[in-house]
Design a protein around this ligand. Structure first.
Ligand SMILES: [Zn+2]
Ligand SMILES: [Zn+2]
Length: 149
């Protein structure tokens, strides 16, 4: 795995804590008392299917710092990385809120759109660019990878 610590832009410009967010209806909520590890765009096939558009946008944070509330439904599949991914959706409005990756059990991956303050999302990498759609333009300033990290 590529060392991503030098790619994160949160270390130089940290966010006010806790980082809070939730689903569309407010039934699922989270508060995370730690700085993000990294913000990323992912254009893999599953992120396209699960977002309903060309890519997913996620913030990776330390799972141990996360307080989660509300009832979720979840779905686990084998991701393109070869590891499992479990996606958690609000049981009421079905918005995707967070995910957990089998290969990175210390992390929690929250959707950028679930953030109360969506300006807190500052992506620095774009993954699975080889699968990206021509109609879905990802910021060329991001460091891009053909597949995962
Ligand atoms: Zn909801
Ligand atoms: Zn993806």
């Amino acid at each position: 795995m590529t060392d991503i610590s030098d790619l994160s832009i949160y270390g130089k410009n940290p966010l006010a804590l806790p980082i809070e967010g939730g689903c569309a209806c407010g039934q699922v909520r989270y508060a995370i008392n730690a700085q993000p590890v990294i913000g990323l765009i992912c254009s893999c096939n599953y992120c396209q299917k699960l977002s309903g558009t060309g890519h997913g946008a996620f913030l990776v944070l330390p799972a141990a710092a996360a307080e989660l509330q509300g009832e979720t439904n979840d779905w686990t599949y084998v991701a393109d990385s070869g590891g499992t991914s479990t996606r958690y959706f609000c049981a009421q409005c079905h918005a995707p809120v967070y995910a957990k990756l089998g290969l990175h059990p210390d992390g929690i991956v929250v959707t950028a759109a679930s953030l109360d303050d969506r300006a807190q999302f500052r992506p620095s990498v774009a993954l699975y660019e080889a699968d990206a759609q021509g109609w879905d333009r990802v910021d060329p300033a991001l460091r891009s990878f053909a597949a995962g990290l």
